[in-house]
Design a protein around this ligand. Sequence first.
Ligand SMILES: N[C@@H](CCC(=O)N[C@@H](CS)C(=O)NCC(=O)O)C(=O)O
Length: 169
Amino acid sequence: MLTLLTYPRHGDVFSFSPFCVKAALLLTYSGQDWQREDLKDPRRMPHRKLPVLRTPSGLVPDSSEIRRPVTHSIRRSVCTGLAFQGIGRFQESDRKARLEQDLQAVTTLLKDSPFLMGGQITSVDFSVAAMLQAMRSTMVETSLVRRISDDPVLSGYVDRVFHEAVPLS
Ligand SMILES: N[C@@H](CCC(=O)N[C@@H](CS)C(=O)NCC(=O)O)C(=O)O
């Protein structure tokens, strides 16, 4: 099991070090099994600071380094989720080809009209624009983010729905 070497609790607060709190949040959010081990003296730690994560392959000092294995674990759980849901069972190239087909279909519908069903916005636009907006705005700039944001038709459509037709506060 992973062990977070951390400064002790401070009342209700997980640790008086915000870096230790950050590491604890990362670990908890990732859903991994982990435990805490309180230290008061960090002098034997690699950077003589805490937090440090003890893993089966060694000590990981610094909360930003701790983020890496945690992010990796979150990514793995997302991939498992995608496999369960079905999308993840396709090869990446097949997934992209299927998506591209859908994007082309949307682009064709928008060729001569501002919304998918014509000049009037409908609930179809609410579904599709919401999906496209999510694809365009993930935290990490993926090829999908660029695919949507660099496309004037798709990106213009998202802006039209959210900025002009139905602005959300
Ligand atoms: N960049 C480090 C900073 C960690 C840090 O500064 N820890 C402080 C406590 S908040 C510490 O252990 N200081 C001990 C020392 O400098 O002797 C991280 O993100 O983990």
